[in-house]
Design a protein around this ligand. Structure first.
Ligand SMILES: [Zn+2]
Length: 437
C-alpha cells in the first residue's frame, strides 16, 4: 500500500503545482480567504468528502481583527470576479467566515486530524524577472496580499492528500478530518476552530510547515518541532482630553504622554531567569495637530515567552504597565486582545513513529538528521496541538524541507514545488499507518 501511496502522490505533481500557483496568484489574507475556501470546498465535495464551511468551521464569538463589512463585501465581489465558484461562496463565507473542514468517515476507529493553513501575508510581491512567480505569470494579483510563507503550498498539499486518502479509503478504519485553517498569520484562526470543538475528539493530530533546507543533512521531513514561542498581542488605546496647547494646557490629558511612558516601561520589564522572553511595541500613532493636546493614541504591542508560563509573566507585566501609564497621564486605557498563542511540543513517541514510517516505507524521502527541531517563531497550531494533548491525544508539527529562493516573509519568497507531493505522500502514509490496523 505504501508503494501505491508514493505512486498516487507522484501522479499529483502537476495537480498540486496547479493548486499552489492558483492560490498564489489570488492570495488572500486573514478572513478574506473566500476564493481559496470556495475552491477547497468544491474540490473536497467533488472528491466525496463531508464538507463544513462558514460558521461551522470558525466560532463567530472567537474571531478577532475581522475586516469591516464593506471591506469583506468588496473582497467577496473581487473573489467572484477572480473565478471563485459561486455555488460554494456561501453568504457566511462572503462575511469572512473562511476556512473549510473536510471529513472522511471510514467506520469505527481513531480520529486523525491534519491541519493546513491557507492565508497569505500583507506584503507586496516582488515583480522582477528573477522572481519565478512573476516570470511565470502566477504572482499575486491582489496588491498587498502575498503568499510569502508557503501556505499556498500547504493548501495544495491538503487537497492532494485528500485525493490520495479517498483512493485508499477502503483500507482505512476511523475518521479523517482535513482542517483548512484561515488566519494563521497573527494567530487569528486556530482559536476559532478550537473554540468550535473540532479538536475535542481527535486522537492523532499532524501539521506541517514548508521550511528552507540548509543542506542535504536536513533531509525532506522533520517529523517534529517544539518550543515555538507563546505570545499575546494587543492593541492598546489611550483616551485623554484634547485642549489648546498654548491657551489651556492644564485642561488637557495627553494620550501620547501615556503611550510614551508605556513604551519606555514595557521595554524595561525585567527579563526572567527561567528562559526566553520578548516584548515589542510595533506601531504607535496618536494626536491630531502640533498645537492640540493629543486626545487619542494607539499602539500595537506583543509579548512572547519560551513557555506558556513565561509568556504569562510578560503578559501580566505588560498589561499592568499599560494601565499604569494611562493612570499617570490621567488617560483611560483600553487593551484589545489581538491574538494569543501557547507554546507547543510534539509527542516524542509519535514523532519517532513517523520517522520510522518514513525510513521504512517511503524510500524516496529522507528524515532530517534532527528529528525534533526548535521553533523560534509563534504558531497558532499550538492551540490545536495542546487541545488534542490535553485529552490524551498525540500531536506533532512537522517540517517539509525544500529549497527556497528567499527567506519566508520576504517579497521574493518562492519554493521548490517537489515538496508538495512529498508532503502529500507523508500525510497520506501517516494516516494509512494510523487507521489501517
Ligand atoms: Zn507560515
Amino acid at each position: 500500500m505504501y508503494q501505491d501511496i508514493i505512486t498516487y502522490a507522484k501522479q499529483l505533481q502537476d495537480t498540486c503545482s496547479g493548486y499552489r500557483r492558483d492560490f498564489h496568484k489570488y492570495a488572500e489574507t486573514a478572513w478574506f480567504e473566500m476564493r481559496t475556501s470556495a475552491i477547497i470546498a468544491k474540490v473536497l465535495t467533488e472528491l466525496g468528502y463531508e464538507v463544513l464551511t462558514g460558521k461551522d468551521v470558525c466560532l463567530e464569538a472567537a474571531r478577532i481583527e475581522v475586516p469591516s463589512d464593506e471591506e469583506l463585501a468588496n473582497h467577496a465581489q473581487l473573489a467572484l470576479a477572480q473565478g471563485a465558484p459561486a455555488e460554494y461562496m456561501t453568504e457566511d463565507m462572503k462575511k469572512g467566515f473562511t476556512g473549510v473542514i473536510g471529513i472522511l468517515r471510514c467506520g469505527e476507529g481513531p480520529v486523525a486530524a491534519l491541519r493546513f493553513d491557507i492565508d497569505a501575508l500583507c506584503l507586496i510581491e516582488e515583480e522582477t524577472s528573477n522572481h519565478r512567480p512573476w516570470a511565470e505569470g502566477f504572482s499575486s494579483m491582489n496588491h498587498g496580499m502575498m503568499h510569502a510563507c508557503g501556505h499556498d503550498g500547504h493548501a495544495a498539499i491538503g487537497l492532494g492528500t485528500a485525493e490520495v486518502l479517498m483512493k485508499i479509503k477502503d483500507q482505512l478504519h476511523g475518521t479523517v478530518k482535513l482542517i483548512f485553517q484561515p488566519g494563521e498569520e497573527g494567530a487569528k484562526g486556530a482559536c476559532t476552530i478550537v473554540a468550535n470543538g473540532h479538536l475535542d475528539d481527535v486522537d492523532y493530530f499532524v501539521g506541517t510547515h514548508i521550511a528552507p533546507a540548509d543542506g542535504p543533512d536536513d533531509g525532506d521531513v522533520t517529523p517534529g518541532t517544539y518550543g515555538s514561542l507563546a505570545t499575546n498581542k494587543y492593541d492598546v488605546y489611550y483616551y485623554g482630553q484634547a485642549a489648546h496647547a498654548g491657551g489651556f494646557p492644564e485642561n488637557g490629558k495627553s494620550a501620547i504622554v501615556a503611550a510614551a511612558n508605556a513604551v519606555l516601561n514595557l521595554t524595561a520589564i525585567p527579563r526572567h531567569s527561567d528562559g526566553i522572553t520578548r516584548i515589542n511595541v510595533g506601531t504607535i500613532h496618536g494626536g491630531t495637530g502640533r498645537n492640540v493636546i493629543p486626545e487619542e493614541a494607539v499602539m500595537q504591542i506583543e509579548v512572547r515567552g519560551g513557555t506558556t508560563e513565561l509568556n504569562h509573566y510578560m503578559d501580566e507585566q505588560a498589561r499592568r504597565i499599560c494601565r499604569a501609564a494611562g493612570d499617570m497621564a490621567g488617560c483611560e486605557c483600553k487593551l484589545v486582545p489581538m491574538g494569543a498563542v501557547e507554546s507547543q511540543y510534539s509527542d516524542e513517541d509519535f514523532l519517532e513513529e513517523i520517522a520510522r514510517l518514513v525510513e521504512t516505507h517511503l524510500p524516496n524521502l529522507k528524515v532530517s538528521s534532527c528529528k525534533n527541531a526548535l521553533n523560534w517563531g509563534s504558531e497558532d497550531i499550538s492551540l490545536m496541538m495542546n487541545r488534542v494533548q490535553e485529552h490524551g491525544g498525540k500531536a506533532t508539527y512537522m517540517r517539509s524541507m525544500t529549497k527556497v529562493a528567499s527567506p519566508q516573509h520576504t517579497t521574493a519568497f518562492d519554493f521548490d514545488e517537489q515538496v508538495l507531493t512529498a508532503g502529500v505522500e507523508t500525510f497520506a502514509a501517516i494516516v494509512y499507518s494510523l487507521l489501517s490496523c
